[in-house]
Design a binder for this molecule. Sequence first.
Ligand SMILES: NC(=O)c1ccc[n+]([C@@H]2O[C@H](COP(=O)([O-])OP(=O)(O)OC[C@H]3O[C@@H](n4cnc5c(N)ncnc54)[C@H](OP(=O)(O)O)[C@@H]3O)[C@@H](O)[C@H]2O)c1
Length: 259
Amino acid sequence: MDLFDLSGRTAVVTGGSRGIGLMIARGLLSAGATVVLSSRKADACEQARTDLLADGTGADRVRAVPADLSREDECLRLAAVVGEHIDRVHVLVNNAGATWRAPLAEFPASAWDKVVDLNLKSPFFLTRAFLPLLEADGTADDPARVINIGSIDGLRVPSVPNYSYSASKAAVHHLTRVLAAELGPRHVTVNAVAPGPFETKMMAATLEARGEEIAAASPLGRIGRPDDMAGVAVFLASRAGSYVTGAVIPVDGGISTTC
Ligand SMILES: NC(=O)c1ccc[n+]([C@@H]2O[C@H](COP(=O)([O-])OP(=O)(O)OC[C@H]3O[C@@H](n4cnc5c(N)ncnc54)[C@H](OP(=O)(O)O)[C@@H]3O)[C@@H](O)[C@H]2O)c1
């Protein structure tokens, strides 16, 4: 199983304080990595560390660096703070994200700025800021990894009016391919994961209102589980995923490909 072993590796997970980021952080920790979590709220990052300690998933290997990653200066600061303590990063997970729903006629300009700043510009700024640390780790046989968290809403037309969100996710999928072409020769892979429905704060209202219906309509008949997200992240981060780049992997129980 050393194919999936991440011992001695460092991973940075944005939006790692809860939801899908925490699912991924837990998976990478279980595989042996040291994890740096980042989100805006220091207390939420600390709570995540406490939760990881409580379930024994290697909390001694977790650090938290709060940052508002919707701003480029904060993306640069996060990379600088991480670089003060370590000289190489194996995996950067660009997961922090936000959504906005409003009818077409009322959809405000601020919903474009907020969502595009965090969901699209931030993965670009973070990847560029972390590049020296990623290149310090990557080799031809075992490249460093960037994992962007997209969405099935960027693969097919969503059923809700989230114009800036679905457009930002389609764009991050394409940015993934563009950066994969450029960074492959520099020994960094760039892939995207496109999650279907997972139980998180972002999805709480939708799943409360329509969770059973959404699950029943999917080929596998259920909502995503934490292990589903941990599994794909460990695969992409480990030696098992070292020949995969420029891919957009739906982890959605088959919704985007069959429904
Ligand atoms: N849940 C799903 O079903 C689903 C489906 C498809 C795609 N996704 C994608 O998965 C990713 C995670 O979503 P989630 O469902 O886990 O959402 P969530 O529960 O709302 O978590 C969002 C995370 O991002 C952090 N965050 C928000 N704004 C930030 C900012 N400006 N700077 C830094 N961190 C920030 C939050 O912490 P703070 O509040 O402390 O900043 C939190 O840790 C997103 O990219 C989302 O689009 C989710």
